[in-house]
Design a protein around this ligand. Sequence first.
Ligand code: HAM
Length: 418
Amino acid sequence: MNIQKPRGTEDIYYEKTRELSALELMLRSIAMQYNYHEIRTPIFEAKDLFVRSVGAETDIVSKEMFYLLDKKEREFVLRPEGTVPVIRSIIEDKLYGKYELPLKLFYIGNMFRYERPQHGRLRQFNQFGVEVVGAKNYLLDVEVILLGYTLLKTIGLNYLTLKLNYLTVGAARTKYLVVLTAFFQQQELCADCKIRVKKNPLRVLDCKIDQNKFDIAPKIYDYLTEEENNEFKALQSLLTKLEVPFVLDYKLVRGLDYYTGVVFEIVIDKQERELTLLGGGKYDQLVHTFEPSLDYPAVGFALGLERLLLTLSEQNITLADEPYLDAYLICLSDHARHFAVSLLLMLRASGLRVDCDYLARSVKAQFKSLERLKAKHAIIIGDEELKKNVIKIKNQKTGKEQEVKFKKIIAFLNKENK
Ligand code: HAM
């Protein structure tokens, strides 16, 4: 029988769950400071939703989706990303008519992509993302970039680079693609890019094999309309004023087709190669694509929690508190073990963290467990003490041992904890 987990997935436990929970807590609290509200959407959605929005020619849609068929043979997929489900929910539940505009939403949840697993790349991973929908103002784009940058700085990460690009739309994009395609036709391209150049020429700029050859490629900034150019310049100058360092990167094209303006990524510089922690941008036409009567501009980003955890551990940063116990019960007899059950109940009800041995181990072994579990106190229960309605409490730090009446145990431990 195969009892292995599926390739590209992880079991998360003990230290790692503690780090993940601490990270989620920080992300939630920073998002709430920025006045973002949490949204949870299903982990599976109709397949067409992503085909129509992320783009049929993107890697995500063409090769990386996990398919599900229901009993009526309708096609669903495990969600590969969070933006499209959020937009679907906004339209379906008319959130734009119920809440203050712009809608400022955030989510944390599992995404699924059938990718080749490697360092920082999984088939099931967690994303934290934000989406702001319903206002066109470059100040909001700055807020979203600032939120992403601040998050990573607040959790203590170093060696971050913020990359910016602007993906023009309409006639300007068409003109740029013609020039770019002509440039690529004069280059020796890898097998994948020979196909990409016909279907999605922008993506060729992102080729992991040939990127260095494209330093002399035509740059998209030279094709922006005057309005786009002014907006991009204003955004850059505000980021500079806010002391958020960035670099311009015309090869930053993103792997999803819905972007229509500024796009950005925050990468971590490693010796061998970069790891993208966070990516996003503006997507002003997505709402309109699904619901032509609506015209709500939008901007957002998502970051991968597993990549963040990896980077935190590489930079020796821990977010979670070390686990500890207020007390561990040491039972000197079977009678004491029975008494321990009710004592634990009472101590836990008062909010103390306590535990005892359930393997009927020797006193020496119980003390060893106590040390491993980093208990602050030993509560020693013996037959003689039970007869006198007392127990002994040893402070593990000072070594001081005292007899304490049953009635006074909670008050005693609370005083010691102060
Ligand atoms: P994305 O760039 O595809 O954008 O993913 C965002 C982040 O998710 C990546 O930077 C990375 O940290 C993480 N990620 C992606 N794929 C994997 C994987 N296979 N394993 C581990 N981590 C991964 C989006 O998903 C857009 N929805 C972002 C967005 C929101 N744009 C506008 N709003």
